[in-house]
Ligand binder design. Sequence first.
Ligand SMILES: C[S@@+](CC[C@H](N)C(=O)[O-])C[C@H]1O[C@@H](n2cnc3c(N)ncnc32)[C@H](O)[C@@H]1O
Length: 391
Amino acid sequence: MKYSHFFTLGTHRGISWAEVLEVFKLEAESTQRLDSFLLASLKNTAQLDLLFNRLAGAVKMGEIISVASEASEVAKIIVRYLEQEKFNPKAVVINVHHSKLSPRDIRMRVKEQFGGGLKFLGDMKKPSYNSATTAKALRKEGIELLIFGDAEHIYIGRTLYVQDISLWSALDYEKPHRDMKIGMLPSKLARIMLNLAGLKPDDGFWDPFCGLGTLLMQGQFLDLYSYGSDIDVNTLRMARENVEWLLKRGYVKRLKFRVFKYDIRKDPMSNKILRDIAGRGKFNAIVTEGYLGKPRTKPFSTKRQVLAQWVQVRPLYKVFLRHVSYLIDPGARVVFVVPRYRLKGSNGWYAPKLEINFKRWKPVRFNTGPLIWQHSDSIVARELVVVEKRG
Ligand SMILES: C[S@@+](CC[C@H](N)C(=O)[O-])C[C@H]1O[C@@H](n2cnc3c(N)ncnc32)[C@H](O)[C@@H]1O
């Protein structure tokens, strides 16, 4: 069997796929994406749960138990598998995501052919993307089988781990300080950005536009020294309180972070705190959202308006890249967000061009498609750029 495991990816597939590659140390070419499913062959299966828990963009992960070529074989394979396994027959989810198979039909056949009384959880009629049902089945020592594939293959997978959606929702909506005006970096995107920075536990990163501290909060879950600066002291106070809230809530056992005031336009060498942290080798990556421009409630009407906005923002990006390069070693990554602005009318989006000095920075490519985070109602979408400092 070519693939040993599968992941189900959330809505931002290119970014989520790249995150899996970075965390599981895989190349895009050795994996295959079929819609929201990602197939991979994992040689090392130690501590899969820990690695899965680092991810933000994958909703589930599991093992491939069989591959069928004919739709008629599937029910028989499932029954054979269930007969061998120990699980609670009162909590079974069979989740069919393949055009050749009807969810209802598969469940009926499995029920008929399996000796004891199986109790299915979830919707009978259609494939379910609802991870709450999966979590319930796993909690009750039940089982979820997922059926998906392409024209030639029907993969049958068993879910091993499922994301804790209530934690992610609390991180975005229950933290002490949230401000729609400053613009909210989604916690999941912040986690993905840190994962794409290629850091390991105990490394450090710096967010020079830390705002309310979303990246610093995520850094705590990954056991990273998280340094954040901002031009605005009031924002820094809120960032500190947001990070401290993680400890009060019991989400983490200890905190490793520091916030300080710094204007990115100032010479970083003139700042004692920066010199000190860089001197201790703690800036292993720079991860930041940056300033995306004045928050808006409506799309831009004309390209000219967007350019007027971009002219305000662009100099900060240029100076940011120049200044952070003084503080990190060759090979260290910079992960940052570039805005894409929505334009009214049929032409959709405007993605401003950012001049990057490629003599100093090497682009890091994941080959998983554009690294864009956007929703159908986004006015400003976020595109991730990942570069590495050249030697
Ligand atoms: C889009 S917000 C970042 C939001 C942040 N990612 C969060 O999670 O809350 C941009 C931040 O850049 C800061 N900023 C703007 N100009 C700056 C400058 N010259 N130097 C440092 N920070 C600056 C603003 O105060 C603001 O907090």
